[in-house]
Design a protein around this ligand. Structure first.
Ligand code: DGJ
Length: 750
């Protein structure tokens, strides 16, 4: 551990500490940061410089001891270019210098009017929190800066971690009460990301609903605040905790390939909040994020602390495409459970759309046999296998195998599935209970509730109060029992409703609002413990589709169910939005039967090619598929396997957006650059209108590529072309009619 430094330290002590710090920085990190140590303190300017491969983040301490954000953007190459911090003057008595200055972690106190990062009330009634710089410590790619209130021994540790290769920095704050009285925290934000002063900023974010998640919205940032949040207990389908800000320059707004894009995402699966603010006084755009302060209150007794979720932020000088690729790299290399040794996602079959609750040993075996013939590697039995679960009215909470459906337990089915060469996965909805269940009859007090008030049901179920440790232990043990006795390698962890009446009557009144945070921490706790006990176990995060998708849960799960809407044309938009923030590897995408939820019918090939752009699954009723469909599906699964490393681990280039025209196209280039795969979809053709040329990206101009078309849609006759040709001339396809689709792979020749 590097020693903590304060400015009062004698220069020689300081130098010694600096030498120690430098020694702690592995050379691999320096290389990733382009030769610079990822975290440096420049004493002459009193600034900290966080350096990634292509970006810099600079903070400094001014003469008043405020910690200021000085810069976030493209990499600064010379320390001489970096100035020091100073308060901006205010021009009127209506604005304070603090309000006009970019504060790195402002408390609500003094004369401060922008969105604060922390707000507290002390037991003696004092609500004024003015945080000043106290000390810092550098350890490799980590920096801790400690702030302290001007009067009370109330501190905030700001923890930074630099991810040089991903051009991302993580912020997280820990509020610590060293006073002798209780301090109630009313807002605890991880931090604020401040973009350079300027005009013409635009916000991109992801919104949606059940069956229509991750829709991309872009709008100008205007003075005032735009709040993106969840008050529903989980991440939510409605808004996702990710943002991007770009700036309209001389060439217009940022595009997929060009322009400055600042982006960020919270790692939290509970109530969260992002405040995108253009401060009216200073006209400064900033994004504050952390726990949602709505219905939030967290008493800290003397000696206690509260840690915020992590807030990741990154910079791309090459448009949204690179911004997404950096997020994908961050998730694959730093966040996901397998980040140290990334694995390819298996091709999955899920029984839900085929059987719904009507599962039994014979029926599942029949489906499994067919799935195996298609090349499926993981067979997942969905809802309906436990308790009295014949529909959604009963059984949730009773995690014992239904003896009528599986008289000999799950073992015969699992053995059969394993015998076919597939792993076995099982559905759970651990946080829920049906009132018609043994669990609820035994423990009606285990659901969140306000005594004497209604308990509002949704999908005939109530939410267990997972904040309670006894409930957490019940759920952990229930899952553990099933896993201990069966060879289960995959859990689909579902959550089919949001909170209502979030009461916790057994807790002291002052602590009852902690339910929002403790609930999530206990869900995380169960996932972490299960993974530790069963190292081969993988988890899918599902919340009626993509309701729990964020960098917090992604530390614990291997993939996410993108949407209950599996209709392929709708999926193009849902998947595009998903890909802005989340890696294709995480994006679970099934081929299902048609007509689907919205009564649209698309060809089997179209459905497969759409689903192949993520982690491919099949959710159709295979009992109804013809021989011809089975054989087409088998060859498409084989095709997917031949390109999935590029799709799942490579770099995504969104060539044509489904939001813009009649053709969608995406290209994935493998991490080593040896393979690229292109998917193109024509939604509906106007008579005789050709499909647009597709210009490829991410290839080496001078290299030659062998083209392997999936079908006869490629207009070009040559089968070997240069990277320059693919980039400049592009490829043309005979895509016509409705819902036509194609794919080609390009293999580098040398
Ligand atoms: C909602 C999920 O999104 C579906 O895939 C399925 O698992 C059902 N729940 C089961 O009840």
């Amino acid at each position: 551990m590097a020693k903590r430094c304060t400015f009062s330290a004698k220069p020689r002590t300081w130098m010694a500490a600096f030498i120690l710090m430098s020694a702690l920085i592995p050379s691999s990190l320096k290389a990733q940061a382009g030769g610079e140590a990822p975290v440096r303190y420049l004493e002459s300017q009193k600034v900290w410089v966080l350096t990634t491969r292509r970006s810099s983040y600079v903070m400094g301490v001014n003469a008043q001891n405020d910690l200021q954000t000085l810069y976030w953007g493209g990499r600064l190459e010379s320390d001489h270019d970096i100035g020091s911090a100073h308060l901006q003057p205010s021009h009127a008595s209506f604005d304070s210098p603090q309000t006009m200055t970019n504060m790195e972690y402002p408390g609500w106190g003094g004369m401060y009017y922008n969105e604060p990062c922390a707000k507290v009330t002390l037991a003696d009634g004092d609500r004024d929190l003015v945080l000043k710089y106290d000390s810092y410590r550098i350890n490799g790619n980590e920096l801790e800066i400690r702030l302290k209130d001007i009067q009370y021994n109330l501190t905030v540790s700001l923890n930074y971690r630099v991810y040089p290769a991903e051009d991302v920095i993580r912020k997280q704050a820990v509020i610590e009460n060293h006073t002798p009285q209780t301090v109630t925290v009313e807002s605890a934000q991880a931090g604020v990301w401040t973009v350079p002063p300027g005009e013409g900023y635009r916000l991109t974010y992801l919104t949606g609903r059940w069956a229509g998640e991750t829709q991309v919205i872009q709008e100008p940032v205007n003075p005032g605040k735009k709040v993106l949040e969840s008050r529903r207990g989980n991440t939510s389908h409605q808004l996702n905790p990710w943002f991007a800000i770009d700036q309209t320059g001389e060439d217009g707004p940022a595009t997929e390939q060009h322009g400055r894009v600042w982006f960020g995402a919270l790692g939290w699966s509970g109530n969260w909040k992002l405040v995108v603010e253009d401060t009216p006084s200073a006209h400064q755009v900033r994004v504050t994020g952390g726990y949602n302060d709505f219905d939030f209150s967290w008493p800290l007794k003397p000696g206690q602390s509260l840690e915020t979720p992590p807030f990741y932020g990154g910079y791309s000088g090459a448009g949204f495409g690179r911004a997404s690729r950096l997020m994908h790299r961050l998730e694959r290399n730093r966040i996901l459970p397998d980040h140290a040794h990334p694995r390819l996602r298996p091709v999955l079959y899920n029984s839900w759309e085929a059987t719904e609750f009507n599962v039994n040993e014979a029926g599942q075996k029949e489906l499994a046999a067919k799935a195996a013939k298609l090349g499926v590697e993981l067979f997942v039995m969905d809802d309906g296998w436990f308790g009295a679960r014949n529909n959604d009215h009963a059984g949730l909470g009773d995690w014992t195998v239904n003896p009528r459906k599986f008289p000999n337990g799950l073992k015969p089915l699992i053995d059969y599935v394993n015998g076919l060469g597939m792993k076995f996965g099982l559905w759970f909805e651990p946080e829920m209970v049906n009132p018609d269940s043994n669990l609820y009859r035994r423990h009606p007090d285990w659901v969140m509730n306000f005594p004497g008030r209604p308990r509002t049901e949704a999908r005939n179920q109530l939410v267990l109060n997972m904040a309670r440790d006894d409930v957490r232990e019940y759920v952990f043990n229930a899952l553990d029992q099933v896993l201990a006795h069966n060879n289960i390698r995959y859990i689909k962890w579902d959550m089919n409703r949001h909170f209502a009446e979030p009461g916790w009557p057994e807790a002291p009144v002052a602590e009852q609002k902690e339910i929002w945070v403790k609930y999530v921490n206990n869900v995380y706790n169960i996932m972490d413990r299960l993974r530790a006990r069963y190292p081969e176990l993988e988890i899918e995060s599902c919340s009626g589709g993509g309701g729990r998708l964020d960098l917090g849960v992604l530390k614990r799960v291997d993939e996410v169910w993108t949407s209950d809407n599996t209709e392929a044309f709708d999926r193009l938009r849902i998947q595009e939005g998903f890909s802005f923030a989340y890696a294709p590897k995480i994006m679970s995408a099934w081929v299902t039967d048609v007509p689907n939820l919205n009564r649209r019918s698309t060809p089997l090939k179209f459905r497969f090619l759409v689903a192949m752009q993520g982690s491919l699954g099949i959710g159709a009723n295979l009992d109804r598929w013809t021989e011809a469909e089975m054989s087409q599906a088998a060859s498409l699964v084989a095709y997917y396997k031949s390109v999935r490393a590029a799709v799942q681990m490579g770099n995504l280039y969104r060539l044509l957006s489904p939001r813009r025209g009649g053709v969608t196209a995406n290209e994935y280039v493998s991490a080593d650059g040896r393979q690229a795969v292109l998917f193109a979809f024509r939604h509906s053709q106007q008579l005789l209108r050709p499909a647009p040329t597709l210009y490829l990206e991410g290839l080496d101009d001078r290299a030659m590529y062998r083209i392997r078309p999936l079908d006869d849609k490629l207009a070009e006759s040559q089968r070997e072309v240069s990277g320059a040709y693919l980039r400049r001339h592009g490829l043309n396809f005979r895509l016509g009619g409705d819902y036509d689709s194609t794919s080609v792979t390009l293999e580098r020749e040398d």
